[in-house]
Design a protein around this ligand. Sequence first.
Ligand code: PGA
Length: 262
Amino acid sequence: MDNNRKTYIIANWKMNFTPGEASLYLNKLANRYQPVRKVQAILAPGMVSLQTLSLQINRRQFKLAAQNCHWQDYGSYTGEVSPTQIRSFVDYVIIGHSERRYVFNETDKIIAQKVAAAIRNGLTPILCIGETELERRDGETKAAIYDQLAAGLSQVSAEDIDKVIIAYEPVWAISSNKGAKPASPLDIEEVQKLIRKHIARRYDAQTAENISILYGGSVNKDTAAGYLSIDGIDGLLIGNASLIADQFCAILEIAKGVKNER
Ligand code: PGA
């Protein structure tokens, strides 16, 4: 598919790196990576590193994402961080990652509120959706994707939908899950079609064509090119392999190459 969508390559560091370590990583990466307009490199460090990295980062080279945020702007929510508190540090926020859904019991309703809160605060939500191993085995992949997408976007108006990025991350393919196995290109292509179909129905055909859909789950430098070549896939959300600056840099270079071939 020939389109004008950008490629997004996101490093999700999860609960790794102190601010000092994050800063060293950024330094190393910044010395190596030459940005291009069509590939957007994004780092998603832990909350404690956001301020440090936002002062250090060259925003023409990299952007920052938070890994989560609260659904209210302020309030009595001990231990939480709101989108209003982080919006001067980041441009993006990951919402509804499967670790938030299944380890921290975030419901579709909470995720919908978080997506709305991100948009309200001028941040681009990266809405993660994906079926569990059990749903897959029971033939419920389509239903799970549909339900999470419909719920996650339930508070997003036609005016705001172009501010949303979708990340398809089958839970069983995420490397930290026991017995994880990478998803097949065919499965991923099917799901991105399904997502676009739903978006077309809920919004319109042009919106469905324009929306960016990323894949995440056990991607590394050896598999990145294959995933980026899947029709309708506009980037990658990378966990484990993004913890090594060299490897993440290699994936960014691969993305530049794939984008040029299109
Ligand atoms: P992984 O993680 O690349 O380690 O599978 C992806 C994610 O959880 O976003």
